[in-house]
Design a protein around this ligand. Structure first.
Ligand SMILES: Nc1nc2c(ncn2[C@@H]2O[C@H](COP(=O)(O)OP(=O)(O)OP(=O)(O)O)[C@@H](O)[C@H]2O)c(=O)[nH]1
Ligand SMILES: [Mg+2]
Length: 358
């Protein structure tokens, strides 16, 4: 296009390239989801439809952007970690963040009715914001994800306790808050177990641990936009303690166990965390191949992670697999994850010619 006299305005654009050779973490968060969740009658404290929809939208982002290594989601937020060497959009911050946010939001709306089956679309357009943070080393990356999962644990235990007191115990929101003030994790576990017959460690792992999206093996015939299977036992109307037990091997069979939870304790002082919601409502992997171009094949499940909620032993053997995005609800706090399922994330990067998308 020929230059025009107006073109000088381009000089006002600033360079927003992110530093090279450091991890790029993009976190998106729902705007005003306190209101959005109330307007759409999300079940409390966790709505499995909403969580699965978030996971679906995040999976769409990972399908589109190959350089995302792992994503972690809870509540109305998702974090995406890009490989250190990514050259996506020449590392221009605005393009990276806006693409992630836009893709996530459009997928959230696009797939809405697959999860909220009684409505065609949300009552109003949901909004997500986004930011990019740079992390120089593995230490910060591990601590970042530990921070988010600890947040999930703290908030979910609080919310589960709070709503048990309100919905089952008949307390007012204010009284429930007072009751929980000054309690730690152990106190809340004990209260749930003795007063509400709820073993917290047996609640579905998706609620307690959030969702971890990894690059892994999925069934050959699984479509890119496959609907994420719901935990049927958590629907409908089962807001907390009635939900079916998690089948993790580490879950304990009786007693108010805390052993499977990350080592985080927080004494509640009454209201410093917005995610602890207190009910004041009145105010392209489809044909992805291995690097050598061959379709991956396995005789059984050995050596591959499986899709789903960690209930591996109940799943049929995957005769034919391909690479895709696997959704797990596992501990990412601690070395076990980073040397096991997540080992590929921080492994030295293979030298390869990076694609540059514009
Ligand atoms: N009932 C219910 N509410 C949820 C669920 N997931 C998220 N929410 C709501 O979404 C909120 C997310 O927390 P925040 O991101 O801190 O709150 P926000 O209203 O989105 O505020 P901003 O992010 O600052 O715009 C929670 O406090 C809940 O009100 C869910 O599964 N069930
Ligand atoms: Mg929010």
């Amino acid at each position: 296009m020929a230059n025009s006299k107006y073109e000088y305005v381009r000089e006002f654009e600033t360079d927003d390239k992110l530093l090279r050779n450091v991890y790029i973490l993009v976190r998106i968060d729902g705007k005003g989801f306190h209101k959005f969740s109330a307007a759409h009658e999300f079940t409390k404290p966790n709505d499995i439809r909403a969580l699965n929809l978030m996971n679906h939208a995040a999976r769409s982002v990972m399908h589109e952007l190959d350089d995302i290594l792992i994503a972690f989601g809870e509540s109305d937020e998702f974090s995406f970690l890009f490989r250190k060497s990514t050259d996506l959009y020449q590392r221009r911050e605005a393009k990276i963040v806006s693409t992630v946010v836009s893709l996530f939001t459009s997928a959230y709306v696009y797939y809405w009715s697959d999860y909220f089956q009684d409505s065609k679309r949300p009552l109003y357009p949901p909004v997500f914001d986004g930011r990019a943070v740079l992390y120089p080393s593995e230490v910060e990356v591990k601590d970042y994800f530990a921070w988010r999962q600890a947040d999930t644990h703290i908030n979910n235990l609080f919310n589960t306790s709070f709503w048990a007191l309100v919905e089952k115990g008949g307390l007012t929101p204010k009284a429930a808050e007072v009751r929980l003030s000054g309690t730690d994790s152990k106190d809340k576990n004990e209260m749930l177990f003795t007063e509400f017959n709820t073993n917290y460690s047996k609640l579905p792992a998706i609620f307690r641990k959030g969702s971890v999206l990894l690059r892994g093996s999925i069934p050959k015939d699984m479509a890119k936009d496959a609907i994420i299977p719901t935990l049927p036992e958590t629907l409908p109307g089962s807001t907390y303690a009635d939900a079916a037990p998690s089948t993790e091997p580490s879950a304990q069979s009786d007693g108010p166990a805390t052993a499977t939870e990350p080592e985080v304790t927080q004494r509640d002082s009454g209201g410093d965390n917005k995610r602890q919601y207190r009910g004041d409502d009145d105010d392209n992997d489809d044909d992805e191949l291995d690097s050598d171009g061959a379709e991956a094949k396995e005789d059984d499940n050995k050596g591959s992670r499986k899709l789903g909620d960690g209930v591996d032993e109940k799943r049929p053997a995957l005769k034919r697999i391909k690479k895709g995005v696997v959704i797990e609800h596992i501990d990412i706090i601690g070395e076990k994850f980073w040397t096991g399922a997540g080992a590929y994330i921080l492994a030295p990067e293979k030298k390869k010619k990076l694609k540059t998308k514009k």
